[in-house]
Design a protein around this ligand. Structure first.
Ligand SMILES: O=P(O)(O)OC[C@H]1O[C@H](O)[C@H](O)[C@@H](O)[C@@H]1O
Length: 550
């Protein structure tokens, strides 16, 4: 029993029933499941918003799904969901509400934190962002010398970088192509160097994005960016026209030297990795314009409403979360691949890595006891066609079970030439062929029938039975992007709820930060760091020698 009165997850009858069911299904192949049910290809599908979700190629039966839903009921996933949407402080280790869903709530919604409706503040910031974005896009907001802003550089890291950087790539065809928009995150000076080397400071706007405004990488890069600007423009007053801040921390913003009139606010109930639809999205909004940004928010809201109201059997985030649990906890799968068949989704999986792995990479339950079950998977992947010529071999014939999401679109992006649009069917033929091959494989008999010499038959056989979800939409629009992100946000939520972990803290990133601060003087000044282990000590000495410092 847990301190909170819950039976430990792996001791619940629902868990035991799933483990038993898994044994019973051990010899069942997807080929058998499809043969037994001709309607499976259409029956095991769901729709949410513009997304068509096919989960027929999963190693599940109606019974599996029923047992998984029972696990969700036993762990009160929907109870925690309702608590989240209502603004209860479900981030227990930080005593915070978790309300990214309020960022896309309609103007007239009422969502309270500590008795205060947060929705008016959300819309006030959105309106200010829209006004600012319009002024930059129209040329009304100029740089210090009166030149039009042509370049926008977002400086931030983690949740203050990955979201806008990903969404900017995804929505590139909706962006103002006259603007150069870049994202600097790495404290490696090379990042800022490459982002600024060909730009005119007088035409460049820096957006300093940091929820806490204490993140050392971001503050270091922002300080260097200010020096770069002032070296060219020579007047402190220029900062006001070339720097804006996105943060929850007005005091630190002012301390850094950015006028809080140029600050766009968000709140501690928005987690960093859930923040790109807040003020953190300003660079994206400047790129695509406020109307498109709001379309994206509408997309998020479609899936929020669905997650909040759809019954368990038709609830897509619930289903996707439970399928991940089925593989991670009952098939020993360690990772989950996300494979988009769209060039524009090149940063999508990197974004999901933070969303999923920072949320659910935990080994302590909400009651403070170690978990006795697997939690979040390793999330990985790149656009599918490229992956096919690299690591798909392992997915098809390796020894590891790797459930995968395939994401594709019926229409190519509108601005492509007719000639390039014609390539789309080939792209999508690959998309459909891969999930087919993964599910059904190729038997030894089929290989032999092709006249393959006996010694090669085993090598050319594909076992199949590799599970995939297919997510298909008509086209990649701002709304569809919002729908996809909300879908994954809520999927991650479902899994964290079942595993009884706090998906909204990230204590695991702290130790490295503290140690970096401690080690730095050893690198720069050769200072003696008390308690430094022998390996790190030797590495520091080698580094200093290589830099000619010893
Ligand atoms: O936005 P910031 O406060 O600068 O934080 C940036 C990032 O760094 C932290 O270390 C956390 O791991 C992330 O969750 C966060 O998104």
């Amino acid at each position: 029993m847990n301190a909170d009165g819950r039976t430990r997850l792996n001791q619940t009858p629902e868990w035991t029933a799933l483990a038993k069911h898994r044994e019973e299904l051990a010899d069942t192949h997807l080929r058998d499941l499809f043969a037994a049910d001709p309607a499976r290809g259409t029956g095991y599908t769901l729709r949410v918003g513009d997304l068509y979700i096919d989960y027929s190629k999963h190693l599940v039966t109606d019974e599996t799904l029923r047992l998984l839903r029972e696990l969700a009921a036993a762990t009160d996933v929907f109870g925690l969901r309702d608590a989240m949407f209502c603004g209860e402080k479900i981030n227990v280790t930080e005593n915070r509400a978790v309300l990214h869903t309020a960022l896309r709530a309609p103007r007239d919604a009422v969502i309270e934190v500590d008795g205060e409706n947060v929705v008016p503040a959300v819309h006030a910031v959105l309106d200010r962002m829209s006004d600012f974005a319009d002024r930059v896009r129209s040329g009304e907001w100029t740089g210090h010398t009166g030149k039009r802003i042509k370049n926008v550089i977002n400086i931030g890291i983690g949740g203050s970088d990955l979201g806008p950087a990903m969404a900017y790539e995804v929505l590139r065809s909706f962006t103002d192509r006259a603007l150069t928009v870049r994202f600097v995150s790495n404290v490696d000076g090379a990042d800022l160097h490459e982002a600024t080397r060909d730009l005119d400071p007088a035409e460049t706007l820096f957006i300093i994005a940091s929820k806490t405004f204490t993140t050392i990488e971001t503050i270091t890069n922002a300080t260097s960016a200010r020096q770069w600007l002032l070296a060219a423009l020579g007047d402190e007053a220029a900062v006001a026209k070339h720097f804006v801040a996105l943060s929850t921390n007005a005091e630190k913003v002012a301390e850094f030297g950015i006028d809080t009139a140029n600050m766009f606010e968000f709140w501690d109930w928005v987690g960093g990795r859930y923040s790109y639809d807040s003020a953190i999205g300003l660079s994206l909004m400047i790129a695509i314009g406020p109307d498109r940004f709001r379309e994206m928010l509408d997309g998020f809201r479609i899936v929020d409403d669905h997650f909040r109201t759809a019954p368990a059997e038709a609830n897509v985030p619930l289903l996707l979360g439970l399928l991940g649990i089925w593989y991670g906890n009952f098939h020993d799968a360690q990772s989950h691949a996300v494979l988009p068949y769209s060039h524009y989704l090149s940063k999508f999986t990197a974004y999901l890595q933070q969303l999923d792995m920072e949320s659910n990479g935990k080994s302590v339950a909400r009651d403070g006891r170690p978990v006795e079950w697997q939690t979040g998977p390793v999330v990985w992947g790149t656009p599918g066609t490229n992956g096919q010529h690299a690591y798909y071999q392992l997915i098809h014939q390796g020894t590891k079970l790797i459930p995968a999401d395939f994401i594709g679109f019926a229409e190519p992006v509108a601005e492509l030439s007719e000639e390039l649009k014609a390539q789309h069917d080939l792209l999508m033929a690959n998309f459909f062929a891969q999930t087919q091959a993964l599910a059904f494989g190729k038997t030894a008999e089929e290989v032999r029938a092709e006249g393959v010499p006996e010694e090669l038959v085993a090598h050319k056989t594909f076992q199949g039975n590799r599970p995939t979800t297919t997510i298909l939409a008509r086209e990649l629009t701002p709304s569809v992007l919002g729908q996809l992100i909300a879908l994954y946000e809520h999927k991650v939520f479902v899994q964290g709820a079942v595993w009884n972990i706090d998906s909204f803290d990230q204590w695991g990133v702290e130790l490295g930060k503290v140690l970096a601060k401690r080690v730095e003087p050893a690198l720069t000044e050769g200072a003696d760091v008390p308690g430094l282990d022998a390996s790190t000590k030797a590495l520091v000495a080698a580094y200093r020698e290589l830099r000619g410092r010893s």
